[in-house]
Structures are given as structure tokens and as C-alpha cells.
Write a protein that binds this ligand. Structure first.
Ligand SMILES: [Zn+2]
Ligand SMILES: [Zn+2]
Length: 234
């Protein structure tokens, strides 16, 4: 891919919505699979009362819309401003208590796991039923749409085509202790092909002979998959 095309895929623009400023992908086709659409707001005339505490709205008790679910609340039930990166908001936005707690959990993904996925890690990669594995660096593309694998060969897997993610663990140390992510099985569909392809990633060592970046990447990928499947089910 030329750098010009890559730049176009990652281009963003600032737009103003009723809920606040958003930094959205220039081209819809390149939007992040983790992104969520802004909800339609419940029309004012359909909600005379707070949808949480049932307080009647009037000149003193004003109504506010939760930016995540679009429902109507009083200030007390919808007073928290929380970051909402999945809707591309630049600043924290007003959310109801239920949505705020979901967004706070997701903020951890954006602060930590997403960074790990973007920076990538080293794995022993096996495609399908092959007996041969290849050492590759696996990372998430800047626009978050592809898993990019680089070694002697180069692969790109579209994140939205991943249909199953299973973490492989190792270690039941004598005397107890927790298990550790050692690898990952991914299943994904390929356009034009029937069924799914399996990809196995086993944690490899980085330049300092440490598997920690790979382990962190595996945990992050598992979280990413959960985020994707949850939003598909919504
Ligand atoms: Zn209320
Ligand atoms: Zn809400």
C-alpha cells in the first residue's frame, strides 16, 4: 500500500454534533470497528419525566440527554461527564449512570489495551492446519480496522471478519498462582471463501528475550474482541 493511500485511510476531520465536537474518520469506509453511532435523542415531548428517577421536568428541573443512550434524565441522574472515545468525542460528555459505568470500563481499554494492540508484539504464527510456524510481529493498524502480521510474509486480516477469539493459557504453578495467556486462536472469514480460517498466535520473545509485550497484547486482543461482540449484540 502506498503511503498516500495509508494517509487517506487514517485521515480524520473535526465535526460538530448536538452532543459536542467529534473527531471522525474522513471516510466512513475506514471508520474504526470499535466505533459506535451516536444514538437518536428521545424527543423532548415524549419524556415529561426523568427516565431514571421519574422527577417531572419544568423550568427548574431541566432535562438532559445522555450522549450514549439518547434517553432523557434530570441533572442528578445524568450529571457525569465521561470520555466516550467510541463515538469519537473530543471532550468528556454527559452520560447517565449506567452508560457512564460502561464508558469508564471502556476508557481503560482505550488508555492501555488499545495502545498495546497498536504497538504490536512478536508471535509464533501458524495458519490453518499448517505444521510450520513463522515468527511475525502482529499489530493493529492505525485506523484499527486490520490485524497486520509482518514477518517473511505479510498478512492483513480485517478485524470485523474475526468470528472467534480464544485465549490459550499456560501454567498451573505448584503451590497455586494464576494462569498466564500464552497464545490465541483466532477464527476469521475470508471474502469469497467458505468457512473460517484459523490462525494461532503463540507469544514470542521481544528483543530483550521477554514475552511480556506479547502476553499484554494477547490480553488486549481478548478485551478488544469482547468490546466488538458486545456492540454487535446491542
Ligand atoms: Zn433523575
Ligand atoms: Zn445513558
Amino acid at each position: 500500500m502506498s503511503s498516500e493511500v495509508a494517509a487517506r485511510r487514517d485521515a480524520k476531520k473535526l465535526v460538530r454534533s448536538p452532543s459536542g465536537l467529534r473527531m471522525v474518520p474522513e471516510h466512513r469506509a475506514f471508520s474504526s470497528p470499535f466505533g459506535l453511532e451516536e444514538p437518536p435523542w428521545v424527543p423532548d415531548k415524549e419524556c415529561p419525566r426523568c427516565m431514571q428517577c421519574d422527577t417531572k421536568f419544568d423550568f427548574i428541573t431541566r432535562k438532559h440527554h445522555c450522549r450514549r443512550c439518547g434517553k432523557c434524565f434530570c441533572d442528578r441522574c445524568c450529571g457525569q461527564k465521561v470520555p466516550l472515545p467510541r463515538m469519537y468525542f473530543v471532550d468528556p460528555v454527559r452520560q447517565c449512570a449506567q452508560c457512564a459505568s460502561v464508558s469508564q470500563r471502556e476508557a481503560e481499554f482505550y488508555d492501555k489495551q488499545l495502545k498495546a494492540l497498536l504497538s504490536g508484539a512478536t508471535f509464533l504464527v501458524t495458519f490453518g492446519k499448517s505444521e510450520v510456524s513463522e515468527t511475525m510481529v502482529c499489530r493493529l493498524s492505525n485506523n484499527q480496522r486490520f490485524l497486520v502480521l509482518d514477518g517473511d510474509s505479510h498478512y492483513e486480516i480485517e478485524v470485523t471478519r474475526i468470528s472467534a477469539v480464544q485465549v490459550l493459557t499456560e501454567g498451573y504453578p505448584p503451590g497455586g498462582g494464576s494462569t498466564r495467556a500464552a497464545g490465541l486462536l483466532l477464527r476469521y472469514t475470508t471474502p469469497g471463501a467458505q468457512g473460517t480460517t484459523q490462525l494461532k498466535l503463540m507469544a514470542g520473545e521481544d528483543g530483550n528475550a521477554s514475552k511480556r509485550p506479547a502476553t499484554a497484547w494477547l490480553v488486549a486482543m481478548h478485551k478488544a474482541a469482547k468490546l466488538l461482540y458486545e456492540s454487535r449484540d446491542q
